[in-house]
Design a protein around this ligand. Structure first.
Ligand code: UDP
Ligand code: MN
Length: 507
């Protein structure tokens, strides 16, 4: 039933050892039945939905590179056992050039013995493709009407397939993501997640989870209806097979891992389709903390793939990506910033007559904060007497932390990019400068709440002071790299003088 595995001290020791290599608890996984059941954690309304008799059939494409045996086979068993045969056309196991023992003849034999009807097929890549090209190879081998991509460490839940194919029957241009439940990498327990999030992104082009926007709450008439999402997390989604290729499949110039999820997300919206989360379709996924496989050439594939995506799809907004990744801005052999030729992808965008990235931001992701548009001021926030600038000091911006100071970097450090928003927040992408207003207490960066109060700051262009809603002035604690900032009674001294790199003014 997807419950946690308890290990003896001895087994736990072995598991800890192997965890370093596998990035999940393979000892626990090997102890669980390959066809274990999991608890049905769907919204109760889901089991009352009735689906049409005739629906498109699906090819489930599972790609893997050196995946461990038990998670791989548990994925396949869960697909076959929990998909109605009339909608499961085939399962394609795309082996991306694995060299791990057991994934060759042993796997072929197991599949032949277990599913003699041939529903599960193994296709082997002649050389390492990376997950992006591997999925395309799998999709090309598939002949079902719908493609469903899964990672090789998943478990499909009750009735997971029906809502996906039903929605594609209604709308062939919808890319659909199941709700991704969490299989705990340590205890191997299957944990349901709520249906309260959609996908977003950071300007560094990493994926983020966002709370369900108000407009979606209003638009949807019931909790079983699909949820429109600006982006998808990655490996788990369904698409009409022909439509997937019509909109350009995946970018074959992308290597190994990373960025392809945002690329296909931007592309489908900009080129006339939709991206939707399907609350009644649930698939568990083992979230590993690291990649248990090699990156040939030790390339930063996420960075290079993201550069391709920024160049092809983001128009002028690519500047915000490069603000985080100046190392990728020029083709500099020293930094290995060559993302290859992407002229085919630009041509695809023209052929499909896709809309602009501005359209995407305005219509699909209107709550996305743009640091240098429609703001009062942005850029470095500099204290002239010390030449120190406000700086995140590279701390994790999903956390709450004390804001710092660092020598001004001339605009090249993304840690020093701050914006004074039209609603008087001093902010980063998602986090806001916050002070409880007590004299001398450090100023923190924490999630923006959007209701002013402790997060309201005004800038006085004449006196160059930044005044907090408490009436106190932004001030330095210590004049040094890594020093903190505080609010203090306004006194006109040098330590309270601040200049914005770019001042536009209130609108
Ligand atoms: N994969 C692959 N070739 C690669 C890298 C990954 O086929 O070069 C497969 C991997 O086995 C998995 C899927 O792609 O099934 C997604 O990779 P991973 O699970 O590591 O990504 P994550 O879920 O951590 O984002
Ligand atoms: Mn995965």
């Amino acid at each position: 039933m997807g419950r946690r595995v308890e290990l003896s001290a001895e087994k736990q020791e072995e598991a800890d050892k192997l965890f370093k290599k596998e990035a999940f608890n393979i000892v626990a996984s090997d102890m669980i039945a390959l066809n274990r059941s999991v608890s049905d954690n769907r919204d109760p309304q889901c089991s009352r939905v009735s689906y049409p008799k005739v629906m498109p059939n699906a090819s489930v494409v599972i790609i893997f590179h050196n995946e461990a045996w038990s998670p791989l086979l548990r994925t396949v068993h869960s697909v076959v056992n929990r998909s109605p045969p009339e909608y499961l056309h085939e399962v394609i196991l795309l082996d991306d050039f694995s060299d791990r023992a057991g994934l060759g003849e042993k796997l072929d034999g197991y599949i032949k013995d277990t599913w003699p009807d041939g529903i599960v097929k193994v296709v082997r890549a002649p050389e390492r493709q990376g997950l992006i090209r591997a999925r395309v190879l799998g999709a090309k081998a598939a002949t079902g009407e719908v493609l469903v991509f899964l990672d090789s460490h998943c478990e499909c839940n009750v009735q997971w397939l029906e809502p996906l194919v039903a929605r594609i029957k209604e709308s062939r241009s919808a890319l659909l993501c199941p709700m991704i439940d969490v299989i705990d990498a340590k205890a191997m327990s299957y944990n349901g997640i709520g249906a309260g999030s959609v996908g977003g992104f950071w300007w560094s082009l990493h994926f983020s989870w966002r709370p369900l926007p108000q407009r979606e709450r209003k638009r949807r008439k019931s909790s079983v209806e699909t949820i429109r999402s600006p982006t998808m997390a990655g490996g788990l989604f369904a698409a009409d097979r022909k439509y997937f290729f019509e909109i350009g499949g995946y970018d074959p110039g992308m290597d190994v891992w990373g960025g392809e999820n945002l690329e296909i997300s931007f592309r489908v919206w900009m080129c006339g389709g939709t991206l939707e989360f399907v609350p009644c379709s649930r698939v568990g996924h083992i979230f590993r903390s690291s990649h248990p496989y090699t990156f040939p050439g030790n390339k930063d594939t996420h960075g290079l793939n993201s550069k391709r995506l920024a160049e092809v799809w983001m128009d002028g907004y690519k500047r915000l990506f490069y603000h985080h990744r100046r190392d990728l801005l020029v083709i500099n052999p020293q930094f290995n910033a060559d993302a290859g030729d992407f002229s085919d992808r630009l041509q695809l965008r023209r052929d499909l007559k896709c809309k602009s990235f501005k359209w995407y931001l305005e219509n699909v992701y209107p709550e996305k904060f743009i640091p240098d548009e429609n703001v009062i001021a942005y850029g470095m926030v500099r204290n002239p007497s010390s030449n120190l600038c406000l700086d995140t000091l590279s701390k994790d911006e999903k956390m709450v932390f004390n804001l710092g100071l660092y020598g001004c970097q001339g605009g090249v450090s993304s840690n020093q990019l701050f914006s004074l928003s039209q609603s008087n927040e001093l902010r980063r992408e998602e986090s806001c400068m916050d002070s409880v207003g007590g004299e001398g207490s450090p100023v923190k960066l924490m999630p923006c709440h959007g209701s002013r109060g402790h997060q309201e700051w005004t800038y006085n262009l004449e006196t160059k002071v930044i005044v907090h809603s408490s009436g106190k002035c932004l001030d330095k604690v210590e004049e040094k790299n890594g020093g903190e900032v505080k609010v203090e009674k306004c006194n006109g001294k040098d330590s309270q003088i601040w200049e914005f790199e770019n001042y536009i003014g209130p609108s």
